[in-house]
Write a protein that binds this ligand. Structure first.
Ligand code: SF4
Length: 423
């Protein structure tokens, strides 16, 4: 009798020049191997990317009230929730360009309110942009042309982990003299001092709550006016003012999501005023680090399609943009919405707990097994299907690839099927 042969394991597939979708930097030089559905970063990933690719399990079956269901039955149940709702909220919005387009196409007939997972950070930045304007630049400009970079309260050890490698100490630059002369200052607490090897950081030590005061002191110092900041912060402010006077191109970097909720917008506004001051005699610009979980994509696509950024309501006769009123937590807390559609295909951020009916379109980490809910499994853009995302500096859309075989549909495909049921 013939002995049954064990199946020969298929060799891992190696993908080069992969775009990583797990933070707003969208590094596009990763090497990833795929053994079946298991993905491993082999080169050019940061610790955050390595953990995210490793943990990216495929989601299980669709669920209705926590019980496995066919995709058709789950889509029908989701459509019923939206049909019964008088005021739905579409939130999370962790998806790619096609997913956002499909979500907005559904938001209009459903008269939904839309908000992103990082809506608070976006609101901080957008408020300053709208009220005062900001001179902003790109990752490429920092990498190639800045000879002074000021990290303002931003922690690149925990997020945007390759920023130092890509922008502060790149292997090469279009303007080598600027790279050779580049100085890096960090304004903020000691814990956020960059730990990347090769970055020599000069510090302006101050507590996170004192960032605005420190910026005011720096503006005063540059104008030769008195200020009240003392101690080591004063020494650092004086040194940074000298460095700004000596630099040809200063870039100030901040991450709206890492600034305090209370005065984050005021810190950004102060940074904008400092940049305007410097530009009277030399060149300066700001660089915003953000856009995680498809945040920059959501902001851009919403603006392309509606003319408004997020947070936005389709409930009335006209579109209503209101970054204070249309906050997810506030709307849920006040009982102002009666159904939640939560879209999350990148992160492990679960849908907010709420007694109202919930539809979750998401990855394995977003699986929702609860009464009064529908879970629709979706692929992660850049892992399970192709797509595009906008980078944090909003000037580049990066292509995403399919890295592993899966039948899990994209969020865009699910939203399209949902929209068809509501016609
Ligand atoms: S820095 Fe961001 S985009 Fe780059 S590899 Fe890390 S998580 Fe991915």
């Amino acid at each position: 009798m013939l002995k049954k042969l064990a199946p020969v394991p298929s060799p891992p597939l190696t993908h080069a020049a992969v775009t990583c979708p797990f933070c707003g930097l969208l590094c596009d030089d990763l090497t990833i191997t795929a053994r079946g559905t298991q993905l491993t970063v082999m080169a050019n990933g940061c610790p955050k990317a390595s953990a995210a690719f490793k943990a990216a399990d495929l989601p299980g079956p669709p669920l209705v009230n926590g019980q496995p269901a066919s995709l058709e039955a789950a889509l029908d149940a989701a459509a019923r929730i939206l049909q019964r709702s008088q005021q739905p909220l579409f939130a999370g919005l962790g998806t790619d360009v096609a997913g956002l387009r499909a979500l907005l196409a559904l938001a209009e007939p459903c008269h939904a309110i839309v908000d992103h997972l990082h809506g608070a950070a976006m609101a901080r930045q957008v408020r300053v942009l709208q009220s005062r304007g900001l001179i902003q630049t790109t990752l490429a400009e920092v990498r190639n042309r800045a000879d002074l970079v000021v990290l303002l309260g931003v922690d690149i050890n925990t997020d945007f982990q390759r920023f130092a490698e890509i922008c502060l100490t790149p292997a090469e630059s279009l303007v080598p003299a600027r790279l050779a002369a580049r100085r890096v200052f960090q304004v903020g607490p000691a814990a956020s001092k960059p730990r990347h090897a090769g970055v020599r950081v000069e510090r302006v030590p101050c507590a996170a709550v004192d960032l605005r005061q420190t910026l005011s002191a720096l503006r005063a110092e540059l104008r030769g006016r008195p200020h009240r900041v003392g101690g080591r912060t004063r020494t650092g402010v004086t040194q940074l003012a000298h460095a700004i006077r000596a630099a040809q191109y200063t870039v100030i970097v901040w991450a709206p999501g890492q600034l305090a909720a209370l005065d984050g917008d005021l810190i950004i506004a102060s940074a904008g005023e400092l940049i305007a001051d410097i530009n009277r005699e030399r060149r300066a610009a700001g660089l915003v680090l953000g856009g995680n979980d498809g945040g920059q994509t959501a902001l851009a696509v919403c603006t392309w399609i509606t003319g408004y950024p997020l947070r936005l309501s389709f409930a009335g006769d006209t579109l209503d943009f209101d970054p204070l009123r249309y906050q997810t937590a506030r709307l849920l807390g006040q009982g102002a919405v009666d159904a939640l559609l939560w879209l999350s295909t990148f992160s492990a951020q679960p849908a907010p707990a709420t007694p109202i009916p919930r539809i979750v379109i998401g990855n394995a980490a977003s699986t929702l097994m609860a009464p009064n809910s529908v879970f629709l499994p979706a692929g992660t853009p850049g892992l399970d299907h192709p797509g595009q995302l906008l980078r944090t500096d909003a000037v580049v859309a990066l292509p995403l690839r399919e890295l592993r075989p899966t039948a899990t549909p994209s969020a865009a495909a699910l939203l399209l099927q949902l929209a068809q049921r509501l016609r």
